[in-house]
Design a protein around this ligand. Sequence first.
Ligand code: GDP
Ligand code: IMO
Ligand code: MG
Length: 449
Amino acid sequence: MQASNVAARSSVGRNVVVVGTQWGDEGKGKVVDWLTDHAEGVVRFQGGHNAGHTLVIKGRKTALQLIPSGIMRDGVACFIGNGVVVDPSHLLSEIERLEAIGLSVRDRLFLSESCPLILPFHVEVDKAREAVRETSGAGKIGTTGKGIGPAYEDKVARRALRVQDLKHPERFEKKLRELLDLHNFALEGYLKAQRLEFQPIFDHAMKVAEHLKPMMADVGVQIAAINARGGNVLFEGAQGTLLDIDHGTYPYVTSSNCVAGNAAAGSGVGPDRLHYILGITKAYTTRVGGGPFPTELGIEEPGTVGHHLSTVGQERGTVTGRARRCGWLDAAALKRAILINGVSGLCITKLDVLDGLEEIKVGVGYMLNGQRVDILPLDADDIVACDPIYESFPGWSESTAGITQWDQLPQNARRYLERVQAYIGAPIDMVSTGPDRDHTILLRHPYKA
Ligand code: GDP
Ligand code: IMO
Ligand code: MG
C-alpha cells in the first residue's frame, strides 16, 4: 500500500507560484514566460484585466491583461481560475488581439465556470465612485477603472453573475435585471451618474457567450490531471502583496488576495500542491495610484534618482498609461511580503535600471513615533508616518543589461544583492537584467529546488 503511494507520488508534477512582492509591475509576466518552458499549464488565480503583464520575446513586445502569460509558448494550456473576475467583452477582444498576431488561443484557453463576471455597470460604478472620492476630498484610490472592486463586491454579496450563467439565457436575464436595478439605483441616486439600459448589456453578453462557451471548463480537475500525468503547472499572480485586500496598504489596495495562498483557493487545487513560491521583486520600488509609499522619490526633476528610475526603467502603466511613482527598494516592506507569501526564493528584476547610479540605497526599517521598526506596519496611517532608515551602497558604472551569468555582474552589484539577501533572509534564486526572455540569471531553478 505504502509502496504504491510512493510510486504514484513520484509521477506527480510540480507546481510553482509566481507572486509580486511589492505594489505590482515587478516583472511577473516576463518571469512567468521564462519559466513556462518547464510547465504544461499556466493559471491566473485572482484579479482581472487590471493586470498588465509585458513580455518581450526576441525584441517583440506583447502586453497581456487577463490571459495567462503561458499563451506565448506553443502547446501550453492556459487556465483562468475561479478567483479571477472576468469581463467577457474584454476577454474576447484579448483573444482576438492575440489571434491577430498568429497565436492559437481558443484550443488551449480554459475558463472556470465559477468566475464572477465584470459587466458594464461595474465599470461605471468604479469610475463614478472615484469621481465622488475626489470631489468629497476622501482621496482617489487611483483604480484602473476596470470595474474590479464592484465585481468582487457582488461576488462576496452572493449576487454575482458568473461565467456559467452565460450558458443559460433565461437565468442570465433574470439575474441581470435584478443586479442592474440595484446598480442603477446606486448610480443615479447616490453616485449622480447615468443609469444603464438592460437590453444592450444582455444582447452583447449573449453574443460573446457563444464564443466563450467552448472554453468553459472545470479548471481544478484539469490542473489535477496535468499533475497526475507528471506535468508541471505555473500559477501566475497579478498585482502584488502590498495591494492585497487583507495584507496590503488598505484602503489603497485592489479587491482580491494577491498572496500565494490564494493560488490554491483561486484555482481549485489543494494548498499541499504548491511546491515553490517565487517572489518577484524589482531592484527598486514602483507604485501606480494613490496610497502610502515610504521610500518614494520625486520623478519629475531631471538629474535626480527618481527621474532616472522613471525614465531608464520606462515606468509607465501598461493598462492605464499613468506614470508610475518610483523609489528605493524597501527591504522592510519586502520582509512582510516574504512572511505572508512563504516565499521559497526571489527573482530580483530590473537590476540593469540601477546601472550608472553613483549610490544605491535600500530601506531597512523605519522610525515611527520615535521608535525603530524593522517591518512594514499594517495601518496605512502608520505607514504614512514612517520615516525610512536607509543603508547605502556604492553603485557601478558598468552595464548589466542582458547579463546571464552571476559572476559576470559587477562586484558592487553582487555585493548589493548579497546584502539584500542577508537582510531579508530569503534566497535570491534568479536575477533579471533586461526585458527580454533571455536576459535572465539563474541561480536555483524553481522547478528543481
Ligand atoms: P508585471 O505586471 O509584474 O508583469 O510587470 P509589467 O509588465 O507591468 O512591468 C514590468 C516592465 O519591465 C515590463 O515593461 C517588462 O518588459 C520590463 N522588464 C521586466 N524585467 C526587466 C528587466 O530585468 N530589466 C528591464 N530593463 N526591464 C524589465
Ligand atoms: P499587475 O498585475 C500595479 C492598482 C491600481 C490602484 C489599485 C486598485 O500588472 O502588477 P483596481 O483597479 O485593482 O481596483 O485598482 O491597484 N493596481 C495595480 N498596480 N500593477 C497592477 O497589476 C495593478 N492592478 C491594480 O493602480 O492603485
Ligand atoms: Mg503590470
